[in-house]
Unconditional design. Structure first.
Length: 117
């Protein structure tokens, strides 16, 4: 499975940004796709993920502000980030969970999101 992320950038606090992540390869084995983020000196944390069936889960710090969606036909997930805060500044990583006899984690390249105050 290969993951290619798009989007990110610099935005003022209160603004919005969008991310997308396209999967290729053994996509039929993907169980969930989503986003994690990591700020300097911090641990990587869950932002949001979505199952093939559309069930979603969000990190506590982004609930009610971020929305994840997916287009199964395009093998792509989208993250809409509203009401951005400076503490949302981090490198955002696309993630895919694959289960084939065992569990595999795949990561895309990080994309930087910077929110200025």
């Amino acid at each position: 499975v290969q993951l290619q992320a798009f989007g990110g950038g610099l935005v003022q606090a209160g603004g919005f940004l969008g991310l997308s992540c396209a999967a290729s390869g053994s996509i039929s084995s993907i169980v969930t796709m989503g986003w994690y983020r990591q700020a300097p000196g911090e641990q990587r944390e869950l932002v949001a993920h979505i199952t093939r069936g559309g069930s979603t889960s969000y990190g506590d710090s982004v609930k009610d502000r971020f929305t994840i969606s997916r287009d199964n036909a395009k093998n792509t997930v989208y993250l809409r980030m509203n009401s951005l805060k400076p503490e949302d500044t981090a490198a955002y990583y696309c993630h895919a969970l694959v289960v084939v006899m065992t569990t595999y984690h795949y990561w895309g390249q990080g994309t930087q999101v910077t929110v200025s105050s």
